[in-house]
Design a binder for this molecule. Structure first.
Ligand SMILES: Cc1cc2nc3c(=O)[nH]c(=O)nc-3n(C[C@H](O)[C@H](O)[C@H](O)COP(=O)(O)OP(=O)(O)OC[C@H]3O[C@@H](n4cnc5c(N)ncnc54)[C@H](O)[C@@H]3O)c2cc1C
Length: 307
């Protein structure tokens, strides 16, 4: 078990950011689910992040970077170690010509607003994807036929030993909701190469996409978006719906009646409820169609095996 007081003292000797002990992660996830993190750190800058990684290494503590928690299922017991939130440390946006450089902590929403204002087109299809640029890079977030890696020209990240590395787009393999970037990194910033656009037309595209999202997705209830990846040649939502699972409920977790690939938190669902429902859906879809659905959401802090 972590000796919190000693670790907090050690961090605070040089730390410029803020540090919270036993912070409930339910307040940091779109599911509104998740137990406490031993420590929740909001580093103030790059050196602060390095300090946290150093201490984690020296003290054999686990760490995890959280974006806006919009693609996460965090266990009811929370996370043993340090959760690092880079939204204060890396929140810059700048541009030169059609090249935009933005910090990993920037909200995709804010990035899109910036790009629209300056007539920098290429990200409109991602309108309505919640979360940070760092999370979008990690997951190669995409929607309506576009993916963030279609616009990325370079990324900068910290490796677990605190060394800053850069990768050009050509050096990264990016596929559907995944990349071959090392698993244990802290994304610092991304450079995106966009093209000239007309702000009014760009806004119209985004308004249309937001409307389609509102029509199709259960946006009034907490969720983490699509739970499962699209299986080859099909749609997870179609398979789940055809298997008759819309409305299936375990505790307060329910397969959305509006969009079968969303599992929503209808009131006070536990992570256990959601996890069990995910397994149930996987089993029933497999029995019916022989297709093994692979989760798109990331699992944090579970001791049991996750799907
Ligand atoms: C209503 C709704 C609709 C959604 N629609 C879409 C959609 O259309 N398309 C889509 O792709 N996704 C969608 N999502 C899922 C989610 O919004 C995206 O996956 C988003 O990119 C996650 O970003 P985040 O900042 O919230 O990441 P988090 O959920 O906080 O983290 C996700 C993963 O990224 C890692 N990570 C985050 N930041 C960093 C960083 N700086 N460095 C290293 N690793 C990091 C985390 O460790 C974790 O493994 C939706 C979610 C919701 C709730």
């Amino acid at each position: 078990m972590m000796d919190k007081i000693r670790i907090i003292q050690k961090i605070k000797q040089r730390f410029k950011g803020s540090l919270l002990a036993d912070e409930p992660l339910s307040g940091h996830t779109s599911y509104r689910i998740g137990g406490p993190a031993d420590l929740f750190a909001l580093p103030g800058d790059l050196d602060d992040v390095r300090l946290l990684l150093d201490i984690c290494h020296a003290e054999s503590l686990d760490w995890f970077v959280i974006g806006r928690g919009s693609n996460l299922l965090v266990s009811d017991t929370g996370f043993r170690g340090i959760v690092i939130d880079v939204s204060d440390a890396f929140n810059h946006i700048s541009s030169r010509g059609t090249v935009v450089t933005a910090g990993a902590g920037v909200l995709l929403w804010d990035l899109l607003r910036y790009c629209t204002e300056f007539g920098l087109s290429g990200l409109e299809e991602l309108s309505g994807v919640p979360g940070s640029l760092g999370g979008a890079v990690r997951l190669n977030a995409g929607a309506f036929g576009e993916e963030i890696f279609n616009t990325i020209s370079r990324i900068k990240f910290l490796d677990p030993t605190g060394i800053v590395e850069k990768r050009e787009r050509a050096e990264i393999r990016a596929g559907y909701r995944q990349t071959d970037l090392p698993r244990r990194i802290v994304v610092i910033e991304a450079e995106l190469t966009l093209h000239d656009g007309n702000p009014t037309e760009m806004q119209a595209v985004q308004d249309n996409i937001l409307k389609r999202r509102r029509e199709r997705q259960p946006l009034s209830l907490p969720s983490a978006g699509s739970v499962f990846k699209r299986p080859e040649g099909d749609y997870a939502g179609r398979l789940i719906e055809e298997a008759g699972l819309k409305g299936l409920r375990i505790g307060d977790a329910m397969v959305s009646k509006k969009h079968a690939n969303f599992i929503v938190n209808v009131h006070v669902a536990s992570a256990r409820d959601v996890l069990h429902l995910i397994r149930e859906v996987q089993e029933r879809v497999f029995e019916r169609f022989g297709v093994r659905l692979e989760p798109e959401i990331h699992f944090v802090g579970f001791e049991e095996t996750v799907p």
